[in-house]
Design a protein around this ligand. Structure first.
Ligand code: AMP
Length: 193
């Protein structure tokens, strides 16, 4: 993996553990010489992970729509900042550049972003790993909900399993580096119970 996309909160969250987890993941990326691709903001967990990768001598590519340059206070010290015209362009570029996707804790934007790339994986549009870094059990109730969606017949278990979930960044990166996407078709799981 040469470049990984990390989706994460534009807020720091209430617990110091969230920011620490962002720093820890950043250090692992630097160690592995993996370039960080992210949303280009300098605020919240987004800013923290970018700052830590840069401080460690790593590379960071940010992608931000012009309309958010001021709102999210675009980061001025990145290896590269791509200013684009729309959110859709932002997400497409981030996805194309990256060899895999990780969501750290975040809000609605983070959820939307990781689920979008997961739905693309489910459709077989890409074969890259999609993962949650489950810091402090932040995503426990989300994964429970996904299990519920499988139980109720709306998500096939093969698609549910495509979302990797780990609480340790080293373990997560190991799993992602050997990930091989299952041969999926959105409709394979249709009749699964
Ligand atoms: P949040 O998780 O809501 O703090 O947002 C994290 C990042 O996701 C920010 O850079 C937001 O601009 C971005 N974001 C917010 N809404 C969306 C959306 N609908 N699609 C993609 N990204 C979004």
């Amino acid at each position: 993996m040469k470049r990984l996309c990390v989706y994460c909160g534009s807020n720091p969250g209430k617990s110091a553990e969230f920011l620490e987890a962002a720093r820890e993941l950043a250090r692992h990326l630097v160690q592995r010489e993996i370039c960080l691709v992210y949303g280009g903001a300098s605020v919240g967990i987004m800013g923290e992970i970018a700052d830590t990768v840069l401080a460690g001598g790593g590379e960071v590519i940010g992608v931000i729509p012009q309309a958010l340059v001021d709102k999210e206070v675009s980061h001025t010290g990145l290896t590269e900042l791509k200013i684009v015209n729309s959110m859709h362009e932002r997400k497409g570029i981030m996805a194309d550049l990256s060899d895999g996707f990780i969501a750290l804790p975040g809000g609605l934007g983070t959820l939307e972003e990781i689920f979008e790339v997961l739905t693309w994986a489910q459709l077989g549009f890409h074969h890259k790993p999609c993962a949650l870094l489950n810091v402090k059990g932040y995503y426990d109730t989300l994964t429970q909900f996904l299990d519920h969606a499988v139980a109720e017949g709306f998500v096939a278990s093969i698609h549910r399993e495509m979302l990797l979930v780990e609480d340790d960044p080293h373990t997560l990166l190991e799993i992602m580096s050997t990930y091989s996407a299952p041969a999926v078709d959105k409709w394979i799981g249709r009749n699964e119970t």
